[in-house]
Design a protein around this ligand. Structure first.
Ligand code: NIG
Ligand code: FE
Length: 388
């Protein structure tokens, strides 16, 4: 993960949206006849970031929660007092598909400006059959109408809506939501918020097993606020990823290791909630796990679309090297979304999704923080962000 295979004075030949040749500039120039030339001289060129955990479709914001947190209230206290996920659910239910698409398109442009070209997108702010389907349809339209590739994940088990009893809501997710989502091919993954007060291990197991049976791959919100056995369950079910893991200890790490689960670490939410407990990234890397870092973009616990900010947090608070931060936000993330053969690195045959940054050393991306260093961004060889 520390070996980035950097090519100094490198170049790429792009044809039909894909990378044809990668090598030294001199070599590329020999092969380039009748081409448009993009001069990235003196700058860093990287694969587009792959953000493997995000909640980009929601209505409104959580400014009131933000105000309360500044006064010292916790995420759990704010949720109990009427803020939290539920307040976003109410606004999202009231919004039309067009309104949601409008707001999410704004979010898509924020992602692009930070150099992100692929984003995993969870439902989870609808919590009725129709509202979850509405969100997943918005994700489908975002895919068609923006430059970003969105990878859809069904997260009907994000919270228990006010109008339902816990066990009955779990039945609704299993018996009505999941079959509909699978029949309409609206999601590739199924996710659950496995946490005290949300869905316990037994309920999470039932929901995820049902999703798996319908052909969905699994991701999980695991051990975020308490060490509730989430990482272990991810191992048991052979989930593709277990995400958050702030409270995961040796046992959970061992379970992920033996099942080949990829940990998705989300330092933006630790930072934004004002917590001090970051996940044990070093231990996970040393255990040989293919760690991923992502934004967890959402209005409540991680209001950022910026992967460079996540790189900064990964190095500063999780003691990852800048090279590891790049690997975990590109190629490892691509594999976690089942797209390791198409994106995540600049290699012949892959999509020409890349960003050019105004810096001379890739480590500057994680070092300077809080402002964009993006020069320009390309998706399938087309320029989609241009600083000038
Ligand atoms: O990943 N943990 C649960 N879901 C989100 C928070 C969603 C919200 O607060 O709106 C998360 O942190
Ligand atoms: Fe999340």
């Amino acid at each position: 993960m520390s070996d980035l295979a950097i090519i100094r004075d490198g170049g790429m030949l792009i044809r039909d949206g894909k990378i044809d040749i990668v090598g030294s500039s001199a070599e590329i120039e020999k092969n380039a006849t009748d081409c448009e030339i993009i001069d990235a001289g003196g700058r860093v060129v990287l694969p587009g970031f792959v953000d493997a955990h995000a909640h980009p479709v929601f209505a409104g914001n959580r400014l009131d929660d933000f105000d309360r947190r500044a006064k010292g209230e916790t995420y759990e206290q704010i949720a109990a007092a009427g803020g939290g996920i539920w307040s976003t659910v109410e606004k999202t239910r009231a919004a039309s598909e067009a309104d949601l698409l409008n707001q999410a398109t704004k979010h898509a442009n924020w992602f692009l400006k930070g150099g992100t070209t692929t984003v995993e997108a969870k439902s989870g702010y609808g919590l009725t059959v129709e509202d979850e389907v509405k969100i997943l349809r918005v994700i489908r339209r975002l895919n068609e109408e923006t430059s970003i590739e969105f990878v859809p994940t069904f997260l009907g088990a994000h919270a228990v809506p006010r109008e339902w009893r816990q066990s009955e809501y779990v039945d609704l997710v299993i018996n009505e939501m999941l079959p509909r989502v699978a029949a309409e091919k609206l999601a590739e993954f199924c996710d659950v918020f496995c946490e005290h007060g949300y869905f316990d291990v037994e309920q999470s197991r039932r929901i995820l097993a049902a999703g798996k049976k319908l052909g969905l791959k699994l991701r999980m919100h695991a051990d975020q606020l308490t060490n509730s056995g989430g990482a272990k369950l991810a191992g048991e079910l052979n989930a593709t990823t277990a995400d958050h893991l702030e409270q995961t200890e040796e046992e959970g790490i061992a379970a992920m290791r033996s099942a080949g689960v990829q940990p998705v670490l989300l330092p933006g939410s630790v930072y934004a909630l004002g917590s001090k407990r970051y996940p044990r990234a070093r231990e996970m890397i040393d255990a040989g796990l293919a760690v991923v870092i992502a934004t967890d973009f959402n209005p409540g616990s991680s209001p950022t679309t910026s992967m460079p900010m996540i790189l900064s947090l990964a190095c500063t608070h999780m003691k990852m090297s800048p090279a590891e931060a790049i690997t975990t936000s590109t190629i490892n993330a691509a594999y976690s979304l089942n797209r390791g053969d198409k994106i995540g690195s600049l290699e012949p045959g892959k999509l020409a999704n890349f960003s050019i940054f105004d810096c001379e050393d890739y480590r500057e991306l994680a070092y300077w923080f809080g402002f964009p260093q993006t020069h320009s961004v390309y998706v399938r060889g087309e320029r989609v962000v241009d600083k000038n």
